[in-house]
Design a protein around this ligand. Structure first.
Ligand SMILES: Cc1cc2nc3c(=O)[nH]c(=O)nc-3n(C[C@H](O)[C@H](O)[C@H](O)COP(=O)(O)O)c2cc1C
Length: 179
């Protein structure tokens, strides 16, 4: 079984990357794991042309297909996303917008193989859980339209820098045991 872990922050060495690293280490006991960063991929913004509603393909050709190939190859997908202005980082939102060819609200649409489980971890610096819930909602909305089963989530508040993640290791490991 394969697990894909996505650092949805453009920061490769920050708190999000550290959470992704701890999760990957834990999941490696039971899964073949692969970790990627949203910033590994270069893609343009969705133009909103809706061509894909008729063709199930995007008029733009770039790294979106490479990242979707990672989704297709995985049995389990874990998105780890920080709050940027109370929502997912723009890079990750831009990717989701470009996944419209795979969105199940129009026919024809492209599809990744069924039976995948999707998990989400949200983190933020502030103390309240509402922002984490919003981020989890964005990720799970995306999973729903790709027909990835929404299988669990974790919100981590009061996290800003990489060094602050170690204290949260027990929560992360407990969450990973359920994956
Ligand atoms: C552009 C930007 C916007 C942010 N907006 C929020 C916010 O609205 N609420 C919050 O609690 N934290 C906010 N943060 C803090 C991040 O969620 C937090 O530092 C997180 O650990 C960043 O992880 P990263 O360095 O791996 O990207 C913001 C950080 C950045 C860089």
């Amino acid at each position: 079984m394969k697990a894909l872990i996505i650092n949805c922050s453009p920061v490769r060495s920050g708190a999000t990357a550290e959470i992704a690293r701890i999760a990957a280490e834990a999941l490696a006991e039971r899964y073949e794991t692969r970790t990627v960063c949203i910033d590994d991929y270069h893609f343009a913004f969705c133009r909103g042309c809706r061509s894909c509603h008729a063709t199930a393909q995007c008029v733009l050709q770039d790294d979106v297909t490479a990242l979707m190939a990672e989704f297709a190859a995985a049995d389990v997908i874990l998105c780890v996303a920080p709050s940027y202005w109370a929502d997912i980082p723009g890079q990750f939102k831009a990717f989701i917008d470009r996944c419209t060819p795979w969105c199940n609200t129009h026919e024809p649409h492209a599809a990744i193989p069924r039976g995948k489980r999707g998990y989400a971890i949200a983190l933020r610096t502030g103390p309240g859980m509402h922002e984490c819930e919003r981020i989890i909602g964005s990720i799970e909305h995306f999973y729903g339209h790709l027909e990835i089963e929404r299988s669990g989530h974790l919100g981590l508040t009061s996290v800003e820098f990489r060094e602050m993640v170690e204290a949260r290791r027990p929560e992360i490991l407990a969450f990973c045991r359920e994956i």
